[in-house]
Design a protein around this ligand. Structure first.
Ligand SMILES: [Fe+2]
Ligand SMILES: [Fe+2]
Length: 258
């Protein structure tokens, strides 16, 4: 009798595949609260004094050179959007939290210069993330997402977190972002943002579809103006949706345009 034949077999049903299934179901049982405990949260980022000052400074400096609002309102809207997109697509809670953090920080580089603010923002965030105790892998993901959010700087979706940040950022088109008080001296960016009275992201996990729904007052800005400045942003949003294995749709005033 050989040694193998004489050894008692503990489990005749064992296969490597089944082991994998057990492992997967274990990871799914984590609650959002447990997942948040795996690392620092968006609330930790928001309460960091450096983050507060840099975002305030980024907003002030973009205002000084004629850009729309880039402050805490835009940071919060982007964070909510990025978290919502990944959560709606069934990503694990910790990744949703990391996406919200990356989105909250994505424009912080404007505290240095507008030009290449994605790359400078990633490096600016690095020390803060280290000090707050983020895992190195998460820091790399967050820096990649911040550095790749801007279409004018060659940004591309490089991770699920990065894709969610791109869509959340580009979809924040709204009247409240316009700072110029004189409608008579609006430029095209002011006009298009001022014309947008509602913007909403919708995600269908079943249809694998991410939709940006906008309501635009065509008397303030013709739709052509929207496309003139937003087409490149919508193309990047579509690539980001594709990274998340979804199609991207743009609906303006109840009409599907993309
Ligand atoms: Fe930006
Ligand atoms: Fe932004």
């Amino acid at each position: 009798m050989t040694e193998a034949a004489s050894a008692p077999r503990k489990d005749d049903t064992y296969t490597p595949d089944e082991r994998k299934k057990v492992h997967r179901s274990e990871t799914k049982t984590k609650t959002p609260i447990e997942a948040k405990r795996q690392g620092p949260t968006l609330e930790d980022i928001k309460s960091d004094d450096r983050v507060k000052v840099y975002i305030r400074s980024a907003n002030q400096q973009t205002g000084a050179i004629g850009y729309t609002e880039h402050g805490e309102r835009h940071a919060n809207t982007s964070a909510d959007g990025a978290r919502f997109i990944l959560r709606a697509l069934g990503h694990e809670p910790r990744r949703c939290e990391v996406a919200a953090i990356a989105a909250y920080l994505h424009d912080v580089g404007n505290a240095i210069t507008r030009d290449r603010h994605g790359q400078t923002g990633a490096l600016l965030a690095h020390d803060i993330l280290v000090d707050l105790g983020f895992a190195t892998e998460e820091i790399a993901t967050i820096m990649g997402a911040i550095a790749n959010h801007e279409e004018a700087e060659g940004g591309l979706p490089v991770s699920a977190v990065s894709a969610a940040v791109i869509i959340a950022d580009k979809s924040d088109v709204h009247r409240s972002r316009v700072r110029n008080p004189k409608t008579t001296s609006f430029d095209i960016h002011d006009r298009v943002n001022y014309a947008a009275t509602a913007s909403e992201i919708k995600v269908s996990r079943k249809e694998k579809l991410i939709t940006l729904e906008l309501t635009i007052d065509a008397e303030v800005a013709p739709l052509m103006e929207y496309f003139e400045i937003f087409l490149s942003r919508m193309i990047l949003s579509r690539r980001a949706a594709e990274f998340l294995h979804c199609r991207f749709a743009l609906v303006i005033n109840n009409t599907r345009l993309l």
